[in-house]
Write a protein that binds this ligand. Structure first.
Ligand code: SGN
Ligand code: CA
Length: 507
């Protein structure tokens, strides 16, 4: 039998709430939805650590953060470790990677790559390639897609199976849409989440001290696209105005004159609206205004990703590749779209803990299936290796999802998953924590700076508004979960010594 190809599509910070196969209140994503319609949608897919580079390291190594050691976005990934593309390459696959990696070093095991340096840029992005750096004029989502299709169509050896990693930068902050989407989306308004005005009562210190509230921490220029001149004209000396002096009006400053001409009328209209209305808004309405601006930009970004995913799926169809290609759509983690008043991620709470996962594999997956098992990005490497008939190294810590893809759920017996977040102190100030999550409960330990436990009843309190750790009704559940959590820490080789080591070596 011919070995299947793998097309791994990952976006950066794409919340499942913004994929209509999961939730159609905010946006229609007909192309991404096609993967669910023709394949399987996972409703309980989650990450081991809700932040970019650590999640990517987990995906590539099949190991938890404390094992691969990339605990944050800052330190470099230790490239002496085995990543799954290396195993594909060795087994005779053609391998390539285009887009955002965010590792601080180049990928191993890929025959060809063009990656963004660090976070990369939305406009006229620079790319690192095996032959040196190059800058390409245009919008990042379009460019990454063109590179991907060109490689599939012209550059690869068509006698070999391929592994393609097609990695979008969008919809990462500062949420800068293409001119067309910006024009369209900046006129729309979106429903607010139920917890937009969360006051964090009945939660712990960590939720109260995090710096990711739309009203408090979203920046006027960077996030809301207000020009420095507008603020000056208004006589406003806003606390974060200093960002402009640091050149924080980033993507716009990179645009050439022709591109600026396309953005100017849209920015003018946003700025006029701000000038006219902002001073008269109540605190609540300022929050609402920022939420709308946020959604307009964020969803405008995703709408481009969706169009481009459609182009790539069409290409597979036209080239006769669809039948034998496994297509995966996921994100490096979830994201808050105003839930709890937040943007960003990091927490073990649902919107950032969960991640979208859609997989299409016409030969093996029944079209339109839905799977509710607790699966993780930790499982991806072993899944892809099994699909390709390559043996997984015995020290990988996940489990292949192939039985679930084939509908053999009886062969799957995972009850709980483990989570551990480290990047603190750092931007957004989310305290370190680890925890265990089952379909019914979530037990969390914030162990650094504070020593606080939280328990959420996921069935009764899906919005996670009530920490019931000290509620006597949950005494037995707490005891059981503590035992299970200790077992998971042992199973995955995490420990207090490692926690301390990562605190001591953190810079
Ligand atoms: C930047 C963003 C943060 C974001 C981190 C990590 N700020 O620092 O909002 O949490 O990246 O994102 S920005 O002002 O530079 O936009 S991650 O996806 O790479 O983990
Ligand atoms: Ca990310």
């Amino acid at each position: 039998m011919k070995k299947p190809n793998i097309l791994f599509i990952m976006s950066d910070d794409h919340a499942y709430q913004a994929i209509s196969a999961y939730d159609d209140r905010l946006l229609r994503t007909p192309n991404i939805d096609r993967i669910a319609e023709e394949g399987m949608r996972f409703t309980n897919a989650c990450v081991t650590n809700s932040i970019c580079a650590p999640s990517r390291a987990t995906i590539l190594t099949g190991k938890h953060t404390h094992i691969h050691g990339k605990i944050d976005n800052r330190r470099q990934f230790d490239t002496s470790q085995v990543t799954f593309p290396q195993l594909f390459q060795k087994a005779g696959y053609q391998t390539a990677m285009f887009g955002k990696l965010h590792f601080g070093n180049n990928p191993k095991g890929v025959d060809d790559f063009m990656i963004l340096p660090g976070q990369g840029n939305y406009i006229n992005p620079r790319f690192i390639t095996p032959k040196g750096d190059t800058t390409i004029t245009g919008y990042v989502t379009d460019i990454i897609t063109d590179l991907t299709i060109k490689w599939l169509d012209e550059k690869r050896d068509k006698d070999k199976p391929f592994l393609m990693m097609y990695l979008h930068k969008a919809p990462h902050r500062p949420w800068w849409p293409s001119p067309e989407k910006f024009a369209k989306f900046s006129k729309r308004s979106f429903p607010e989440p139920a917890t937009l005005f969360d006051d964090y009562s009945n939660r712990g210190t960590a939720a109260k001290t995090a710096e990711m509230n739309l009203y408090e921490h979203m920046m006027y220029g960077h996030d809301s696209k207000i020009r420095p001149e507008t603020l000056e004209e208004m006589g406003e000396v806003l606390p974060d105005v200093v960002e402009f002096k640091n050149g924080f009006y980033g993507p716009y400053n990179r645009a050439n004159e022709d591109q600026k001409k396309l953005y100017d009328p849209i920015l003018d209209s946003i700025n006029n609206d701000f000038k006219e209305n902002w001073p008269h808004l109540s605190k609540e309405d300022k929050m609402r205004w920022k939420y709308q601006r946020y959604m307009q930009d964020y969803l405008g970004n995703i709408s481009s990703v969706d169009d481009k995913v459609g182009r790539v799926l069409d290409y597979l169809d036209e080239a006769g590749l669809s039948e034998n290609t496994v297509v995966v759509y996921t994100s490096d983690q979830g994201f808050y779209l105003g839930e709890h008043g937040w943007f960003d991620k990091r927490f073990i709470y649902d919107e950032s803990f969960k991640t979208p996962l859609l997989i299409k594999w016409p030969e093996q997956i029944k079209a339109g299936s839905v799977n509710e098992e607790m699966v993780q990005n930790l499982d991806f490497a072993q899944t892809f290796l099994e699909i390709a008939g390559i043996e997984s190294p015995s020290d990988m810590q996940g489990e292949s999802l192939v039985p679930l893809l084939q509908g053999k759920d009886l062969n799957w017996n995972r009850e709980a998953v483990y989570y551990h977040y480290y990047e603190y102190p750092a931007v957004h100030m989310v305290k370190r924590h680890y925890g265990i999550v089952t379909k019914e409960y979530k037990l969390v330990h914030f162990y650094h700076d504070v020593d606080e436990w939280e328990l959420y009843d996921r069935k009764r309190d899906p919005n996670e508004l009530n920490n019931v750790y000290k509620n006597p009704d949950y005494k037995e559940i707490v005891e059981k979960l503590h035992v299970q959590l200790d077992e998971l820490r042992i199973k995955y080789q995490d420990s207090e010594e490692l926690d301390q080591m990562y605190i001591d070596t953190y810079k």
